[in-house]
Design a protein around this ligand. Structure first.
Ligand code: ATP
Ligand code: MG
Length: 214
């Protein structure tokens, strides 16, 4: 990878974070270490265009849980830029925003799970996005590389060079699993940081909605 030593290397970790969990924190920390990133910003999405679910938790809660989760890591920060933006959020707009606000001093690395990178081709202004940032595609255990290879074949060589596949031991958790456990009253301890666990409890999040059948 061509690194420019005069520039700060900044990680951008996007996600729905509904809720944030140790899987997210772990891949961000591994990427920070491996790619020598000075900071990693977590960006909870506003209204994600690529998510099929329509019952995503209010952004205020997702943002607050993300803040609580990263508090103990001095390299981590949170940006509410996607949450605050009206309408659907696109990675390209977010990267343009960071570029405008922080000038040319930064090299951006968009950290994402390899499954999400597969969708890149369908993202808005892909070619511009590749100019604005490089990608760190983190694979989870058992990941099938054939799918990634298929995506790579459709990219230009200079784009392909800006995707860095990063294999991690990974942690097999998803937000879906946590929402399901919370709904059933099962423990989510050790899957999410304690302040996040507390927050979910205090605000009664992810509880099943019972219909009044009278
Ligand atoms: P959901 O179950 O609702 O889809 P999720 O756990 O996949 O949630 P997201 O907020 O959708 O969480 O994920 C944000 C990013 O983190 C995505 O790029 C996703 O691929 C990645 N990611 C999520 N969980 C893990 C994990 N356990 N290990 C590695 N990457 C993960
Ligand atoms: Mg997901």
């Amino acid at each position: 990878m061509m690194a420019d030593s005069r520039k700060n290397r900044t990680g951008i970790m996007g996600g729905t974070f509904d809720p944030i969990h140790y899987g997210h924190l772990y891949i961000a920390e591994c990427s920070r270490y491996r790619f020598d990133l000075q900071r990693v910003y977590f960006l909870p999405s506003g209204r994600p265009v690529h998510k099929k679910r329509d019952d995503i938790l209010d952004a205020v809660h997702r943002l607050q849980m993300t803040r609580l989760a990263v508090e103990s890591n001095p390299f981590f920060g949170v940006s509410g830029v996607e949450v605050e933006r009206e309408g659907p959020t696109y990675a390209v707009d977010t990267l343009e925003y960071f570029r405008e606000n922080r000038g040319d001093r930064e090299e951006y690395f968009f950290i994402t799970g390899a499954d999400a990178i597969l969708e890149i081709m369908s993202w808005k202004d892909v070619s511009r996005l590749f100019e604005l940032c490089e990608f760190i595609a983190v694979t989870r255990p058992g990941y099938c590389f054939d799918r990634l290879d298929r995506v790579f074949k459709r990219l230009k060589p200079e784009q392909r060079d800006r995707i860095h596949v990063h294999e991690t031991g990974g942690i097999l958790i998803s937000s879906t699993e946590i929402r399901e456990k919370a709904a059933k009253g099962e423990p989510i301890k050790y899957l999410v940081p304690e302040p996040v666990e507390e927050y979910i409890k205090i605000h009664n999040l992810y509880q099943p909605v019972y219909c009044n059948q009278q």
